[in-house]
Design a protein around this ligand. Sequence first.
Ligand code: BGC
Length: 301
Amino acid sequence: MADMLEAPSEGAWGVRLENGYFAVIQKAGFRSVRIPVAFQIHALGNPPYTIDTNFFGRVDGAVKSALDCGLAVVIDLHHYGELRKEPEKHRARFLSIWDRIARHYQNYPDTVYFELFNEPGEGLSPVVWNALVAQTLRVVRQSNPKRAVIIDAPEWANIDGLEKLRLPENDRNLIVTCHYYNPFEFTHQGAVWIGPRADAWLGTRWPSGQVQLTAIQRDFDKIQAWSKLNKRPIYLGEFGAYSKADMKSRASWTAYVARQCEERGFSWAYWEFCSGFGAYDPPARVWREPLLKALVAPPQQ
Ligand code: BGC
C-alpha cells in the first residue's frame, strides 16, 4: 500500500488509500499487507513529539479495515530520512514516536506487526543501527512484550547487510527483513528517483535463462544460510520491477522471486499495490493480470 500514508500528505504522490482496497487484496488471495507510514511527518518536532490524532485515526482506519478482511498488517515506519542522516539528533524523537505507536496498538491482535524503520543507511551505519534497534526494542517491549517486530537488515535492507546485523539474543519475537531488486538495472529502469542513469537502463529485459535464475538462487541461498545460522525468520518486505520494464519480464521475475521465497519458507510483500510498480490499476479498478498471477495463484471460485 505504498505512496499513500508515507507521502508528505496523502494524495501528494498520486494515490490515496481506500479502505475498500483491502477486500480487493484479500479476495485476490493475499494474506497480508505492508503499510508504509510516515508517522514522523505528523509528529511534533520537539518534546513531547505528539503524533497528530487525526493522522493516527487515518492509520487506525486502514489497519482495522485490513484486519476486518482477515489480512495481517505490517505497520512500517517509512521515509524518516532525517533520522538516517542525523541519527543522534533524531534518536529521542524516534524512540518517543515508537513508544507512542507501540502503546497505541498494544491491544491490537498479534496479526499486527511493527517494522521499526525502512531501509537503514547513511548515518545509520550497521553499528549505529544495531544499537538503535536494541534501544527501540526496549521501548516497544514495555507495552508489547510479545508482538512480532520486523527489523531491516543494515545497508538499506540489502542482503549483503544481513551479516552485519546484531539482534538482542533473548528477543525471539523478531523477524528480519531484506529487500530484493536484483538486477537493479532491470527493476529500476526509468525510475526517476534513481537519477539519469536509470534512463540508460530502459529496455533492459529479464530473459529468465539459466544465468538469470542461478543469480537469484545464489542470493536467496545466502539469505537462507544466514537465517538458519541465526535462527531468525525472513520476510522479503519489498521486491518488484518498475512499470517502465516490459510486462513479460516483470511477470516472470516477480513469479520467480516469489517462488524462491515460498520454497525457503520466507514470507513476502510485493512492492507495491497501485503506484509505480503497481500490481493493481486504480483508475481501471482491475489487477494487472500477469503480475497478479505471478504473485498469487488464481482464487478458487
Ligand atoms: C522506497 C521507495 C522506492 C522503493 C523502490 C522503497 O523502500 O522507500 O521510495 O520506490 O523502495 O526503490
